[in-house]
Design a protein around this ligand. Structure first.
Ligand code: ZN
Length: 255
C-alpha cells in the first residue's frame, strides 16, 4: 500500500516539510479560484475579470468594488480545518514536521494548530492601514459595510494578501526556501505544481524522499519517490486517526 509506505517514511523522519496548494482548502469547502471549476471561470462581473479585480492596481483605483468581490469570493470565515490540516499540526507537535509552506490565504493551518507556517500569498486574517500600518483582523473587514477605513487615521485598510501585480514577501520566500533545502522529507499535497512559485521552490529540495499527493498526475510525478493520486484529506486521515473514546487525534505510525 502506498499509504503504508508514506507512514513508514513519516515514522522514520523528524525533519519533514509540507508544501500545500489549493487542494487542501477545497476539502474544507473553499473553492480553488485557479482550477478549471474554480472561481476564475465564473463570469459575474462583465466589466472586469477576476484577475483584474484581484490586482494591485484595481485595489487602489476601485477599492469598493475590490472589497465587494473580495468579501464575496475570497473570504470563508466559516471554513474549518480538515483532516490534512489537523494531521500536519499534530506532526509538528510531535516534533516530526518542521514547516508548512502554503499557497492558501485562509489561515486554516494555524486554525488547526500549526505554528511554523510560511504563507506565500499572505492571509485574509491580517489587514493593515496603508497610511499608519495599524493591524486589523478579518472580523473588522467583514463588519465594515463600506470600504474598510482605519479607525486611527481614516486610511484605507488593505488585506495582507499578495494581489496580482505584487511581489511575494522576500522573508517568507527565503524562509520557505530554507525549510525546503534542509528538509529530509518533502511532502507536496493538493497542488498540480503549475502555479508560481511552487515549481521554482521545490527545486531547492536536495533529499531523496519527495512525496506527491494530488488527485491528478503532475509534471513532477516522475521526479518523486512516492506518488499518491488521491485526496490529501483522505490520505492524511489514514495517517492520523480520531480516537472517539479519548476524543483526540492519534498517530497510527507505530501500529
Ligand atoms: Zn491608519
Amino acid at each position: 500500500m502506498l499509504v503504508d509506505e508514506l507512514k513508514n517514511i513519516i515514522d522514520k523522519s523528524n525533519n519533514i516539510v509540507f508544501f500545500g496548494g489549493a487542494g487542501i482548502s477545497t476539502e474544507s469547502g473553499i473553492p480553488d479560484f485557479r482550477s478549471g471549476n474554480g472561481l476564475y471561470n465564473l463570469v459575474e462581473n462583465k466589466k472586469y475579470s477576476p484577475e483584474e479585480m484581484l490586482s494591485h492596481n484595481f485595489f487602489y483605483s476601485h477599492t469598493k468594488d475590490f472589497y465587494d468581490f473580495y468579501k464575496e469570493k475570497m473570504i470563508y470565515p466559516k471554513a474549518k480545518p480538515n483532516a490534512a490540516h489537523i494531521a500536519l499540526a499534530r506532526l509538528e507537535e510531535m516534533g516530526k514536521l518542521k514547516a508548512v509552506i502554503t499557497q492558501n490565504i485562509d489561515g486554516l493551518h494555524q486554525a488547526a494548530g500549526s505554528k511554523n507556517v510560511f504563507e506565500l500569498h499572505g492571509s485574509v486574517h491580517r489587514n493593515y492601514c496603508i497610511s499608519c500600518n495599524t493591524f486589523q483582523d478579518l472580523d473588522f473587514i467583514i463588519k465594515c459595510k463600506d470600504t474598510p477605513k482605519c479607525p486611527n487615521c481614516g486610511g484605507i485598510v488593505k488585506p495582507d494578501v499578495v494581489l496580482y501585480g505584487e511581489g511575494l514577501d522576500k522573508d517568507i520566500i527565503s524562509g520557505a526556501v530554507n525549510a525546503i533545502a534542509n528538509a529530509e522529507v518533502l511532502i507536496i499535497g493538493g497542488t498540480s505544481l503549475v502555479v508560481y512559485p511552487a515549481a521554482a521552490l521545490i527545486r531547492y529540495y536536495q533529499g531523496n524522499k519527495l512525496i506527491l499527493i494530488n488527485k491528478s498526475a503532475t509534471q513532477y510525478d516522475d521526479k518523486a519517490n512516492l506518488v499518491i493520486n488521491d485526496s490529501i484529506g483522505k490520505v492524511m486521515n489514514e495517517i492520523m486517526t480520531f480516537d472517539s473514546n479519548e476524543k483526540t487525534w492519534k498517530t497510527l505510525l507505530n501500529l
